[in-house]
Ligand binder design. Structure first.
Ligand SMILES: *Cc1c(COP(=O)(O)O)cnc(C)c1O
Length: 485
């Protein structure tokens, strides 16, 4: 154990402090505070110098892995660079000090950011209008499904309580549908990883509220039959929901609105460069086609005749209220900054670069790793473990060994369609040199697996915490520092 791995309490030395204030009688006036509210003893704070504190937190920050410290090939996640100008804009006091209950006349700038981001997203996706109120991708899914339900209910079409979800879908899709009170009907994928249209056809009847699709799907493949699927679902009276959490490979190339989707959500914390992970804050804006605009949740931003913006706080024909106010404004600001920073020209390069990077890694590594679906991918792809599986080295071992070389592990054992799934997504913000470095290490690991499989089983060797027994770690977690030493 290194000296600075100690808790800050262990660095404490009686009487040491990082500040000096003039001596005063601080207890004067204390009796104005009722006795029950007064503490009897001083708080047990560590007594340390400023230098101790700086070193302690700097060292703690380096025990973790983040997008600012290294490459993060996490499939289904789009861990892209978070431009620092986003932070500068979001911390501007004119934005950071706003209160959600301020009268609309005093927050015209913020409302303009809200409506302009909604307009940019509409243009990028081909939808008519957006709400930015949902707080996450899954929250956007729930909102979108509530809109679909509201649409059917408003037409008196009350039988439509079932929703079709492909077996390759992200787990949040069926979960959101269940929360929305819909019954989930699964549609199968074919060998090539795409939705099986023949399996879909018999499912379509007058109880179907719609279908949830991800395109490119969770295997990173473009659903080529989307036009036919859209026509079939619309013919039976259902609507099409688009899970656009990972929209980046399509940005600038194809628009879900043009594919026939009626409702979609985006993850600003994936595709639009805002920070991501650790549970939030996220943002899952929902866009709709013209016939669903009236069912968007409230509150909504509207433009009055004189050009000023106002907030409408009435239910009307909306699907209801889905968040306290109007979403995670700090995240909305960051995504807005990102889009403006790129400009129209560069926004068009996002998709092609995401696709190029993923295909480059896939082609470079397919001799060392098993590629179950060998076709052009979009922003991500899936290997099914090492090409040579006779060594006993598993996907988990490969992921752990990568940590020793300073890379974050890819997504593993997801999607569930393959037993040794390794899902890799480079994202478009990485340089060719970084991708080459990653490819070289992955090849090296494949070689190590053949030559020294035993040492792979004990990896990682250089991280602050070594390999955990995952079952014990989940069932009997050691959460207290003192239990470790
Ligand atoms: C991440 C993701 C989601 C869920 O988004 P959250 O913000 O984590 O709720 C849904 N669908 C897909 C395809 C995703 O990758």
């Amino acid at each position: 154990m290194k000296y600075y791995d100690k808790l800050i309490f262990d660095l404490s030395k009686e009487g040491r402090q990082g500040f000096s204030l003039p001596v005063r009688n601080w207890s004067a006036g204390l009796d104005e505070i009722p006795a029950v509210l007064r503490r009897e003893d001083a708080p047990a704070l560590p007594q340390v110098s400023e230098l101790d504190v700086v070193r302690h937190y700097t060292n703690l920050s380096q025990m973790n892995f983040g997008v600012d410290s290294g490459f993060y090939p996490l499939g289904s996640c789009t861990m892209k660079y978070n431009p620092k100008i986003n932070e500068e804009i979001a911390s501007h006091p004119g934005f950071a000090c706003l209160h959600p209950l301020q009268p609309a006349v005093t927050v015209q700038g913020a409302l303009k950011v809200y409506s302009e981001l909604a307009r940019s997203l509409s243009e990028i996706t081909g939808m008519a209008e957006f709400t930015l109120n949902p707080f996450a991708g899954a929250h956007g899914e729930l909102t979108g499904l509530m809109i679909i339900r509201q649409y059917h209910i408003s037409r008196g079409d009350l039988k439509r309580t079932r929703i079709i979800v492909p077996d390759s879908a992200h787990g949040t899709n069926p979960a959101s549908a269940a929360v929305c009170g819909l019954e989930i009907v699964q549609v199968k994928s074919k060998e090539n990883g795409l939705v099986d249209v023949e399996d879909l056809k018999p499912l379509l009847d007058d109880t179907i509220a719609g279908i949830m699709m991800t395109n490119p799907n969770t295997l990173g493949l473009f659903e080529k039959d989307i036009k036919e699927i859209a026509a079939l679902v619309h013919q039976c009276g259902g609507l099409l929901y688009y899970d656009g959490a990972n929209m980046n490979p399509l940005i600038g190339k194809v628009r879900p609105g043009d594919m026939g989707f009626d409702v979609l959500h985006l993850n600003l914390h994936k595709s639009f460069s805002t920070p991501h992970g650790g549970g939030g804050p996220g943002s899952g804006p929902v866009g709709v086609a013209p016939h669903l605009v009236k069912h968007l949740p409230y509150p909504r931003v509207v433009e009055l005749e004189d050009g000023t913006l106002d907030v409408v706080n009435e239910k009307g024909e909306s699907c209801g209220r889905i968040s306290g106010f109007m979403g995670n404004f700090g995240v909305i600001l960051r995504a807005y900054t990102y889009i403006l920073m790129l400009g129209k020209q560069n926004v068009r390069m996002v998709g092609p670069l995401a696709v190029l990077g993923a295909n480059y890694i896939k082609e470079s590594l397919k001799d060392c790793f098993k590629l179950p679906i060998d076709s052009v991918c979009k922003h991500e792809f899936v290997f099914d473990g090492l090409a040579d599986q006779s060594t006993g080295v598993t996907t988990l071992d490969v992921a752990k060994r990568l940590l020793d070389y300073g890379f974050h592990a890819p997504t593993i054992y997801f999607p569930l369609l393959f037993h040794q799934a390794i899902m890799i997504e480079p994202t478009e913000t990485e340089s060719k040199e970084t991708l080459d470095g990653f490819i070289e290490i992955m090849k090296h690991i494949a070689k190590e697996a053949a030559e020294d499989p035993e040492s792979m089983k004990t990896a990682p060797h250089t991280t602050p915490v070594r390999r955990l027994d995952e079952t014990t770690a989940a069932r009997q977690p050691i959460l207290k520092y003192k239990d470790i030493i």
